[in-house]
Write a protein that binds this ligand. Structure first.
Ligand code: ZN
Length: 631
């Protein structure tokens, strides 16, 4: 099967964007905070500007042709005139620069001796000025993932874009709070497109970045982009993979999608089609009488219906060389990215309510031959006019297999067409910011704080506290290692109890429906302190947190509500006495062998209030006393 074969190796280049933990934005003094309330807004329309070399970027033209304006919502607590592009940028934040340089050093990158801030054209509206400021701080470098050496291409300091809020029919909406927040971008050399390896590399790099102590924590602070290509094929850029665990799925999806497209191209070659020639015919008049309700409606609403013909493509739009992947789906995505609802193509005419005789009519009107495909586009006149050439372009490149394009990752781990790949004339110098020299002294100071390799750090954590490597890594990944060391030092508790309470227990209890508010670091440390001070037994920790989650305000109240005040030795002995009394017959019959059952009964009464070891010790002593006379 052609479709099953691996069409040359898949290569994946990762680009990680990690927010830096800085007190201000990169080019102004606004704090990098999220504003819940955005009381002000203004509106802009951006035009694709010519770059200094005179070219116009295809991606920019594409976004502009959608014809939408941009509305920016902002709050003075998180934005100023710099974000609005009404005031020149302030000097580059030295905190941001030092953090990015440290990341470069940690990745063994060759740090530049002069930082040049550049403007990168961005025309999707996410930057008020139509460009993003970016500066390379390091080139080259490498790290080792499970014996595999991964090369670093570049380490770049850049400002984040505005936060997307949504869009309506006339404008896109953005929040300015995120605009200008410092990010470090690490671009890696391509690695084998083995989904598992790609996931591992990203996880590893995330850990390296965190080891610097200079990166922001929490959800939404890291974003992965991928450059995916089959060897020798065009590069597809996949943007915005938010969750690490989606990376392998995205790689798998692109592998399947790209190999389907290569298979379609091979079939075209077999048919002797060297170039797909296309035509565009206005069929609005004919659409009034077609069987498809949607086409009739578009035509009668004063819209437009055009037929795009593609020579030699009949049967290949609806074909699934790899399950779930069709060229027709790709063309529909292009139409959707151009504001149309979708397409109807000739491989699915009958299914879409267009019978044979109407297909014959359409073929006559458009001059399409027996072997040609027809793609119908319907919508507002200007939308159809803007979309038709894009669809033609997409059909033409079917002979080449995979087109170079920018795609967006979805939450399901799939990818969707966004726009053509940007051209090469995307960068020009930012003249408002002078170049910044990186002094020997700066570098020497950075050398002093380059972090220990994170794997060594985790091993040391495990060794120092007698933890398993597994739980030490969980502490590191959940960014609880610092808190763990502080608590383990402060409280006289087994370190493994502290560690599992911090990292394992919250996950288990969250699964059982305990609200997150009860599982924060504050509550966890409070409950650990209660154990350390002898107020409760460690066995009671889960019940106390559940009680906190069920509405008790704090740990102390929860302990009281559960009647969990710790049982002292005399209470333990009293409970054991009553258990032995109730089971006198059993004790006589089985002697020491009755231990397990008696222990179970005693713990039912003392659960959470006494240490299991203390109960067992008392019970064993009592049992051997009880057993003696019968001997
Ligand atoms: Zn500002």
């Amino acid at each position: 099967m052609v479709g099953e074969s691996d069409q040359g190796g898949l290569l994946v280049g990762l680009e990680i964007h990690q927010q830096l933990a800085c007190s201000t934005k990169l080019f102004c003094d606004c704090p990098p905070i999220k504003s819940e309330v955005l009381p002000y807004h203004f509106e802009r329309r951006l035009r694709p500007a010519q770059s200094e070399t005179g070219g116009v970027d295809p991606a920019a033209v594409f976004e502009f042709s959608k014809g939408k304006s941009n509305k920016y919502f902002w709050s003075p607590e998180s934005s100023c005139l710099v974000e609005a592009d009404e005031e020149p940028p302030h000097p580059l934040s030295s905190e941001g620069l030092d953090s990015a340089l440290l990341v470069g050093k940690t990745l063994e990158s060759n740090v530049v001796d002069e930082v040049h801030v550049m403007r990168k054209i961005v025309i999707d509206g996410s930057n008020t000025g139509g460009f993003q400021r970016t500066a390379v701080v390091g080139l080259g470098g490498s790290f080792d993932v499970g014996g595999e050496k991964v090369g670093v291409q570049s380490v770049t300091l850049e400002e984040d874009a505005a936060r997307i809020l949504g869009e309506d029919s006339t404008s896109r909406h953005f929040a300015l709070d995120r605009l200008g927040v410092p990010l470090v971008e690490v671009a890696l050399d391509p690695v084998r497109g083995d989904p598992e390896l790609v996931g591992k590399v990203a996880l590893y790099l995330g850990r390296v970045l965190r080891s610097t102590g200079k990166v922001a924590r929490g959800l939404g602070t890291i974003r992965q982009d991928l450059n995916v290509s089959l060897s020798g094929g065009k590069v597809v850029e996949v943007k915005g993979v938010q969750k690490l665990n989606l990376l392998p799925r995205v790689v798998e999806y692109e592998r399947a999608r790209q190999s389907a497209l290569v298979t379609v191209a091979a079939r075209l070659k077999e048919r002797g089609v060297k170039a797909v020639s296309c035509g565009i015919t206005d069929v609005t008049e004919a659409a009034h009488n077609l069987g498809s309700r949607i086409l009739r409606e578009r035509a009668s609403e004063g819209g437009k219906v055009v037929a795009v013909t593609a020579r030699g493509l009949k049967g290949l739009l609806g074909w699934e060389p790899v399950p779930g992947f069709r060229l027709g789906k790709e063309v529909a995505e292009v139409a959707r990215a151009n504001s149309l609802g979708g397409i109807i193509h000739s491989d699915e005419f009958e299914h879409q309510g267009i019978p044979q005789q109407e297909e014959v009519l359409l073929r006559t009107l458009t001059g399409a031959g027996e072997d040609d495909a027809i793609v119908l586009l319907a919508g507002l006149s200007e939308q159809v006019d803007a979309c038709a050439p894009r669809v033609v372009e997409r059909l033409r490149v079917a002979v080449a297999g995979v087109p170079a394009e920018t795609r967006a990752a979805t939450d399901a781990g799939e990818t969707r067409y966004m726009r053509p790949r940007p051209g090469s004339q995307r960068m020009y110098p930012e003249t408002d910011i002078p170049n910044i020299g990186v002094t020997k002294r700066t570098l020497a100071n950075l050398d002093k704080i380059v972090p220990q390799n994170w794997e060594a750090h985790v091993s040391k954590l495990a060794e120092t506290y007698g933890l398993s490597e597994d739980i030490a890594l969980k502490l590191y990944d959940s960014e609880m290692d610092g808190e763990f060391e502080a608590l383990a030092g402060e409280l006289k508790l087994e370190p493994s109890v502290v560690a599992s309470t911090l990292v394992d227990l919250p996950i288990r209890l969250a699964r059982e429906g305990v609200p997150e508010a009860a599982l924060g670091l504050g509550m966890l440390s409070e409950v650990l302190r209660a154990v350390a001070h002898g107020e409760i037994a460690k066995e009671a920790i889960p019940d106390v947190l559940k009680a906190v989650g069920a509405g008790n305000r704090d740990v102390e109240i929860a302990i009281r509500s559960l009647g969990l005040e710790r049982a002292d030795e005399s209470k333990i002995r009293a409970v054991i006495e009553s258990v032995l009394l109730r089971n006198a017959g059993l004790v006589r019959e089985k002697g020491d062998a009755a231990f397990a059952q008696l222990m179970g009964e005693a713990m039912k009464e003392l659960r959470g209030r006494a240490d299991g070891a203390a109960v067992a010790r008392n019970l064993k002593a009592k049992l051997s006393q009880a057993g003696r006379p019968s001997k």
